[in-house]
Write a protein that binds this ligand. Structure first.
Ligand SMILES: [Fe+2]
Ligand SMILES: [Fe+2]
Length: 361
């Protein structure tokens, strides 16, 4: 179907059929290569919808007050050594992890997907990792922690080094020209998306999220806790971005979904869970108020099973109860959005007006 626009001496013909062909060639991978970044018509509506949600959740670290956190950090009475260590491990681990996620998106996933709306939401995802990395810098400088400590934690704490290596190796494997028409390479990309979305952001972030929010619940580190709540809200969207991307990649490339590949992914999650449990032992070598390493183990099993089921895989254990019902309120994706709704609205209003919301101090 052609439509002709006549303006004075010129006429322009727009051929809808050709445009429809271009739309039909949109795909997660191996789609039409285009530099024009044409979003419309949207083929992956979920990607645009999530982009909108993510955009509305925008936050900046400096809007969150750190005064009480600094007072508590400097006081010799308020905090135990265990509580200080959790904060050090939290800041240290996430300082590397946020950057690793963003880097993998920019150099691997966003490079390899072809539909523009997928690139759009992945660009936002990578930007949010920059905000998270920046929030850690802000926490470190506010508390006056020696900035060399981060590098020392990445390199010298074996459980952190192993967690980072687990994700960076699958990222490195894809940083070359790869032929994505080959099944094994499609599986490598699917595994990368699974590892980053479901194993790392979806499971390995949750040990520390739980510990830091447990301190926050006891009125310890209100500024850091608030920033982690914003981060957690972002992470729940990131898990969804990668879950949808994974599901559509599999749907469009069904030949990759073999029993062997499914088992390989479950085994990868099993490895992720073990790495996280070893890491939790290092975060909580002694029990702290309301926190012990042994309580966190079934929590990680519970989260990992949910992530597997979310992408159509069998759980590793099955039937695990959530040992932290109070955390479920914060971490359940659906409830969590409701939980944050009120505060986010307030945050958006206050930041639009340039005022500071008391709730954020
Ligand atoms: Fe993040
Ligand atoms: Fe993330």
């Amino acid at each position: 179907m052609e439509k002709t626009f006549v303006l004075g001496p010129r006429s322009f013909v727009l051929d809808q059929g050709k445009a429809e062909e271009a739309y039909a060639a949109k795909a997660v991978i191996n789609g039409r290569e285009t530099m024009t970044f044409n979003l419309l018509p949207l083929r992956y509506q979920w990607a645009y919808d999530l982009y909108q949600v993510m955009k509305k959740n925008h936050w900046e670290p400096e809007d969150v007050g750190m005064q009480k956190d600094v007072e508590q950090w400097r006081s010799s009475e308020i905090l135990s050594d265990s509580e200080r260590w959790i904060i050090r491990m939290g800041i240290g681990y996430f300082s590397a992890a946020e950057g690793i996620v963003g880097d993998n998106i920019i150099h691997v996933v966003r490079e390899l997907v072809t539909a523009p709306e997928l690139k759009l939401v992945l660009g936002r995802h990578a930007h949010e990792e920059n905000i998270h990395a920046d929030s850690l810098l802000y926490m470190i400088s506010s508390l006056g922690i020696n900035p060399h400590e981060c590098e020392a934690i990445f390199e010298q704490i074996e459980t952190v080094r192993r967690k980072n290596e687990f994700v960076t190796k699958i990222s490195k494997d894809l940083r070359r020209d790869i032929d994505l028409t080959l099944v094994e390479n499609k599986q490598l990309l699917a595994k990368n998306i699974f590892v980053f979305g479901q194993c790392m952001e979806g499971t390995q972030f949750y040990g520390l999220f739980g510990m830091i929010l447990s301190l926050y619940r006891q009125n310890k580190f209100p500024g850091i806790g608030q920033m982690f709540r914003y981060t957690l809200r972002d992470e729940s969207n990131h898990i969804e971005v990668f879950r949808n991307l994974f599901m559509d990649l599999v749907e469009e490339n069904k030949e990759i979904w073999t029993p062997e590949f499914r088992e390989e992914l479950r085994e990868t999650m099993r490895e992720a869970v073990q790495l996280e449990k070893d890491f939790i032992e290092d975060c909580l070598p002694m029990s702290s108020v309301g926190l012990s390493a042994s309580e966190f183990m079934p929590y990680i099993d519970y989260i990992a099973d949910r992530r597997l089921q979310g992408v159509g895989l069998e759980p590793l254990i099955g039937g695990v109860e959530n040992p932290f019902p109070w955390l479920a309120e914060l971490m359940d994706i659906n409830k969590e959005q409701n939980f944050f709704e009120g505060r986010v609205t307030e945050y958006q209003k206050s930041s639009a007006l340039g005022a500071v919301d008391d709730d954020l101090l």
